[in-house]
Design a protein around this ligand. Structure first.
Ligand SMILES: *Cc1c(COP(=O)(O)O)cnc(C)c1O
Length: 412
């Protein structure tokens, strides 16, 4: 965590709202997560959580093993390449890859794709052939069953994601007929933000067992097995990253059980994470613009609203935004709201705050994941927040996403 005095200096220098990302914290999260996995595992970073090129770069460079980028658009591809990754490092996922996007990705050297339907595989194969390449295809599996209860469930129900596991046997002939690809393995992503280590381990055990069973039933040897993620970190409330002291052994045991020769013959296992790797690196600094009382309730109005933080959470795919601050000393109950002209612009309803007045600074912790790019950046036309990256207490970059309207003639 960046020190309070440094945060104040950054707010004074760049104004608010401003995000501060600490690369030392990104490095710590990366070390922790690799240490929690058997050493054979690969680890994908889902750029969806935050595509800032300096953060992505910090997951590749420096000490220890590098993450690989998991992307779902050509914009994220550009961010991964800008961070120094090569196309060959990338896993491209998502149910709606267009032929144009596939041309750009395969042209840039991307070879590993997670696929969600027969036509998706056919599109990957068609573009790979067109470009004289062979793509490695993972079949994303929408499992008919799931293990423990979890916070965000992505499987077992009708979904645009993945092949329904029960229909895989019937579509295998069509998949095997696709030219330009090799069926390399499975991709699962049944769970995000697991409650605790036990539910995470339970889900992974279930996934590994299912992968082995499907591999046998479909007579599809697996070279690659991406079992998903679910690693947790608080979202905009104080606290630390999840701890996984048993995970390493449990994963190795599950693989030993279901794929006895996995270390020598494969499958190559992989996990993925967005929030765990960067959530704790970020602090959002907002300035208090005004404080008012309405019918006995206090509202602290800050210059960061759902245009800056947490806008996506209204869609129910992220945790709801319910900001909490570190407070010691005097407290009061008030709602922390943004400046936008919508009653939905609430960061925390009736939360515990220190006494605040216009001109004060508020520091929202654990805001590194699902920040600016998961917010309603364009809504109500305010500038995007400045994003400052620090390492060892020193500012290494400051930038802002700009929105500009381009007119015909300059449209790309
Ligand atoms: C969103 C997403 C992730 C990252 O989820 P976190 O909860 O941020 O770790 C990983 N994999 C896939 C396929 C995703 O869609």
């Amino acid at each position: 965590m960046t020190r309070q005095t440094d945060l104040e200096a950054i707010a004074a220098r760049y104004g608010t709202p401003v995000y501060v990302y600490d690369l030392d914290e990104v490095a710590a999260a990366r070390r922790e997560l690799f240490a929690a996995l058997p050493e054979e595992f690969e680890l994908f970073y889902a750029l969806k959580a935050n595509p800032h090129p300096e953060l992505v770069r910090a997951l590749r460079e420096g000490e220890g093993r590098a993450c690989r980028p998991e992307i779902s658009s050509t914009g994220e591809l550009a961010a991964a390449l800008a961070a120094g990754f090569e196309g060959a490092d990338v896993l491209y996922t998502g149910p709606g890859k267009t032929l144009g996007e596939l041309r750009e990705a395969i042209g840039a050297g991307v070879r590993l794709f997670s696929t969600d339907s027969v036509t998706d595989v056919q599109h990957v194969g068609a573009v790979a052939r067109e470009l004289g390449a062979t793509a490695q295809v993972l079949l994303r599996v929408n499992s008919a069953s799931a293990s423990a209860t979890t916070s965000i469930r992505m499987t077992g129900t009708p979904s645009q994601f993945g092949f329904d596991s029960e229909v895989l046997p019937s579509v295998m002939p069509e998949l095997r007929a696709v030219q330009g690809i090799e069926l390399a393995g499975f991709h699962f992503f049944p769970l995000s933000n697991a409650r605790d280590e036990e539910s995470l381990v339970g889900e992974f055990q279930h996934t590994i067992a299912l992968a082995a069973q499907l591999s046998r039933e479909l007579e599809l040897p697996l070279r690659f097995l991406d079992i998903g993620g679910g690693f947790t970190v608080p979202y905009a409330v104080p606290g630390g990253r999840g701890r996984y002291p048993k995970l390493r052994e449990e994963l190795a045991a599950a693989l030993d059980l279901h794929f006895p020769n996995w270390r020598t013959e494969g499958p190559q296992p992989a996990c993925e994470s967005g929030r765990f790797l960067i959530g704790a690196s970020g602090t959002l600094l907002a300035g208090v613009s005004n404080v008012k009382v309405s019918r006995g309730r206090k509202f602290v109005i800050v210059d960061a609203g759902i245009n800056t933080f947490g806008g996506m959470s209204g869609l129910g795919r992220l945790l709801p935004v319910a900001v909490q601050l570190e407070v010691d000393g005097e407290t009061e109950s008030a709602s922390l709201v943004g400046p936008l002209c919508t009653p939905g612009d609430v960061l925390g309803r009736e939360i515990t705050l220190p006494p605040l007045e216009a001109g004060d600074l508020v520091a929202i912790p654990n805001a590194g994941a699902y920040g600016p790019t998961a917010s309603l950046l364009m809504f109500l036309g305010r500038p995007a927040p400045v994003e400052v990256v620090v390492r060892g207490g020193e500012v290494v970059s400051a930038s802002r996403i700009e929105h500009v309207r381009s007119y015909e003639g300059t449209l790309q």
